[in-house]
Design a protein. Structure first.
Length: 297
């Protein structure tokens, strides 16, 4: 494929050999062969219908739960940051595009005096990523509020999935990666703004107290094993403050890795693997990554 000819077809939305570090919270990673930032769902559909079938597509939202490896990504990286519209209907159903941030949706619900979505304020990501991971915080998950999702496949065809069809489980869903989430609908209940703001302030307070903020980090590094807390297993294995280069296990919450300054993706991933080994040695429990790791080493 002549990439330059392909680029000319979508000149407003495509960049070639684009550095990806700025699209992630860790601030690490190599380049994208093709970076695609659609203006709207129509552009996205047209692009997917016209792209070479052999080219794989990786979707990035906020990049909060992502390590992009140092040698970058072959194929297409689709960034959803411009797909961020939020709306509400007469029944209090809130619709949000995949690139809208979870926090923005929580605040939108507050402004319309709708409750049930406050926990989204504690999730550092976008709606699309939250659905893909069935993200959760403070005792609630996406599956608790989701009604349905509009998705598009790699051929540019749209389909609506009900929450049940998605097969949502702890930090996982049951549909294939060929589906890219475009927008979702959420249920909510009526409440007054003062009550909603009080819940949101409490969430922000808890998050600031318990988790590292204002630093280059991701979301939770590892999933909680059944019956256990990942942070506690990591702490018991003596990993609090463990360091590889500029990558360090947070002293505040040891299920978070921090890029102190100039860590590489390799150092962050290596630190995570060391933690996994130490936890297995001390507890016999194998931790599974919650952070997605993509690209070429």
């Amino acid at each position: 494929m002549n990439v330059k000819i392909f680029k000319n077809k979508f000149s407003k939305c495509i960049e070639l050999d684009k550095k990806l570090a700025k699209f992630t919270w860790f601030g690490v990673g190599g380049n994208a062969e093709i970076l695609f930032v659609p203006e709207n769902e129509e552009t996205l559909s047209f692009f997917l219908k016209n792209k070479p079938k052999t080219y794989k597509v990786l979707v990035i939202g906020a990049g909060s739960n992502l390590i992009i490896r140092d040698k970058g990504i072959k194929g297409i990286v689709l960034v959803t940051k411009k797909l961020k519209n939020i709306s509400i209907d007469d029944n209090g159903i809130i619709s949000a595009q995949a690139g809208a941030s979870d926090a923005e949706v929580a605040r939108f619900a507050r402004d319309y005096e709708r409750t049930g979505l406050e926990f989204l304020l504690g999730i550092p990501g976008t709606i699309g990523g939250g659905i893909k991971m069935n993200s959760g915080a403070f005792g609630s998950e996406f599956k608790d509020i989701l009604i349905d999702v509009t998705a598009i496949n790699l051929s540019g065809e749209f389909r609506i999935f009900s929450m049940k069809e998605l097969g949502m489980e702890y930090r996982a869903i049951g549909i294939s990666d060929e589906w890219i989430f475009c927008k979702a609908r959420f249920k909510s209940a009526s409440d007054n703004k003062k009550n909603i703001e009080a819940k949101m302030k409490q969430i922000l307070r808890l998050r600031k107290t318990a988790q590292p903020t204002g630093v280059k980090t991701g979301g939770s590094t590892f999933k909680n094993p059944n019956g256990h807390k990942a942070w506690k297993l990591i702490d018991q294995a003596g990993c609090r403050g463990l360091r590889v280069g500029d990558a360090i296990i947070s002293e505040k919450h040891c299920n978070f890795i921090i890029n102190l300054k100039n860590s590489s993706a390799q150092q962050i991933e290596e630190l995570g693997e060391i933690v996994k080994s130490k936890v297995f040695e001390t507890s016999g429990i194998r931790l599974n990554w919650e952070i997605q790791r993509v690209g070429m080493k």
